[in-house]
Design a binder for this molecule. Structure first.
Ligand code: 5GP
Ligand code: ZN
Length: 112
């Protein structure tokens, strides 16, 4: 299997698990951009938000719910950001859909 995040999800590549259930796997980003930087990925390979289809609608909601659950568990009461980089202009570098959960510091806007 050539997809990096599929390999992480199946355990072939080590990662630091933060949360998991039957639909998603969340793990620490290897190059954290904030004190909390968690990636939340569906277990099923979906290439990007742009390629999500009708049957992924509930899954997309579930990923957002998982982000909020993790933020609560991490105590990010002051706030946080959830980002989905999509495609070339969106800065997506791994072609397996994932949410970034960033928190633990004040985040700038616009993000650049
Ligand atoms: P993207 O740029 O696609 O939105 O996000 C990909 C993220 O995956 C980046 O923040 C990058 O640091 C992270 N990443 C890339 N390779 C690995 C890896 O092997 N393990 C982990 N935990 N994160 C990775
Ligand atoms: Zn994948």
């Amino acid at each position: 299997m050539s997809c990096l995040f599929c390999r992480i999800i199946e355990g072939a590549i080590p990662s630091t698990a933060v949360y998991q259930d039957e639909h998603c796997y969340a793990f620490a980003d290897i190059h954290p951009q904030a004190p909390t930087h968690v990636l939340i990925a569906p277990r099923r390979h979906v290439e990007s938000l742009a390629s999500a289809c009708d049957e992924d609608r509930a899954l997309l909601g579930h990923l957002q719910w998982a982000a909020a659950e993790i933020a609560r568990a991490k105590g990010l009461a002051k706030g946080y950001r959830v980002v989905v980089n999509t495609g070339e202009d969106g800065g997506q570098t791994v072609d397996h859909l994932h949410l970034h959960l960033l928190g633990g510091r004040a985040l700038h806007w616009p993000p650049g």
